[in-house]
Design a protein around this ligand. Structure first.
Ligand code: FAD
Length: 366
């Protein structure tokens, strides 16, 4: 036995595996977890942290402590490359880590447009932890002068961020303008009822929504769009969609259209069976999945089982993505919009349900 299991990224899909590192240790394996921070932040509560409804401690998992308590090794580093033939990961520090079995859960990032001038007041919605820095800096300036904050992106992350900025800037002494630049269509992938309900709450929370095409570039904090006038903002938060890291493609691994690692129904790479993956960084070949935490969470027990089974030479389990999922937007000021199948609820009840589910998830793994 005595194999080396490496968890590349301490994300949502690795929660159950990370809680059970001791089992791999008892079976005689070495386990190493690699991530850029000693903490993993729960994205579902990230916009709420920006709006000051939650503090960083409420929304993060102490992954390093959890791994080390169970006899695993935690490397604070980032994966920048993988060599599937040599079975090695290349890290930002220059180190390489050899594996017998590896599971990827490195999430996704926002692509940055062309930027001229300072980047200091430009944020992306990922990594989630940076939203705390955004909160501190936006609030500090808003207490001294009137400000404009631009949120770019018309999807769920954009609406949650804009709504929570409404909460953050509610009581500042100077006028604060929040503009959500929602691309060509505000919540374009959602039913009209969800769009209307979300728009109403955002407008109540002080957000103005504009649909003027895609952001093309930023120059000295002035935003330029494919249609419509350009606009200056003191702070810019980019929520323009997320993409997996490029290193899967660079390694010649099979990938989906957005560069995510292609995996089969066992969450396993078809060409290299010792490579597994879950969360936003994979392309589930049978049925491409939305990049939502719900799927990362559903993948947990399968990844845990399959990593154990693969190391033991036993049968793997198949992943079932399941049916439609419950979606709730936290739009700030304890207001939310909920959608599941035909059901749509908006207001305080929707927020309360999300708050209860999110806190329960945190208690389970914290
Ligand atoms: C603002 C916002 C709000 C959201 N709200 C919801 C919601 O309410 N419900 C929902 O279902 N989905 C939500 N999502 C989507 C959700 O964030 C993702 O689908 C979910 O985070 C995917 O989990 P993951 O573990 O794959 O990725 P992540 O949560 O991004 O975790 C990846 C982990 O890997 C680490 N990592 C990244 N790169 C590397 C690297 N190169 N090497 C090593 N480690 C690395 C990161 O630090 C992180 O700890 C939201 C997204 C955003 C941006």
């Amino acid at each position: 036995m005595n194999k080396h299991l490496v968890l590349a990224g301490a994300g949502h899909a690795h929660m159950v595996t990370m809680a059970n590192i001791h089992i791999f240790k008892e079976l005689g394996h070495r386990v190493t977890v690699i991530g850029p921070s000693d903490y993993h932040y729960y994205s579902g509560m990230g916009p709420g942290m920006l709006g000051s409804g939650y503090e960083p401690d409420d929304i993060r998992f102490a992954v390093r402590r959890k791994i080390e308590e169970q006899g695993g090794v935690f490397l604070r580093d980032s994966i920048v490359g993988v060599d599937p033939v040599q079975r090695e990961l290349r890290l930002e520090s220059g180190e390489t880590v050899a594996y017998d079995v590896v599971s990827f859960n490195t999430g996704s990032h926002v692509n940055i447009p062309e930027i001229t001038g300072s980047r200091e007041r430009i944020y992306t919605v990922k990594p989630i932890e940076r939203l705390y820095q955004a909160r501190t800096e936006i609030l500090a300036l808003a207490r001294k002068q009137s400000i404009t904050v631009a949120v770019v992106g018309g999807g769920p992350a954009g609406v949650e961020v804009a709504g929570n900025l409404g909460q953050l800037l509610e009581d500042v002494a100077f006028p604060a303008q929040i503009i959500q630049f929602a691309g060509n269509a505000f919540l374009g992938k959602f039913p009209a009822g969800v769009q209307k309900k979300s728009q109403r709450i955002l407008e109540q929370n002080g957000v103005s929504i504009r649909e003027q095409g895609h952001l093309t570039r930023i120059k000295e904090n002035r935003l330029f769009f494919s249609s419509g006038p350009d606009e200056h903002a003191d702070f810019i938060i980019l929520a323009t969609g997320v993409h997996p890291s490029a290193f899967f493609q660079e390694a010649g691994l099979q990938t989906g259209p957005d560069g995510g690692l292609s995996v089969n129904q066992f969450l396993q790479c078809p060409d290299y069976p010792e490579i597994f993956g879950g969360g936003d960084c994979i392309h589930y070949a049978d049925q491409p999945l939305d990049k939502v935490g719900v799927y990362a969470v559903r993948e947990n027990p399968i990844l845990f089982h399959n990593l154990k089974a693969y190391l033991a030479g036993e049968a793997l389990q198949t992943f079932d993505p399941g049916g439609d999922y419950l979606l709730i937007f936290n739009l700030g000021k304890e207001q939310g919009v909920l959608r599941k199948n035909w059901l749509q609820i908006s207001g305080r009840l929707a927020f309360r349900i999300k708050d209860w589910i999110d806190k329960k998830f945190m208690r389970k793994f914290q």
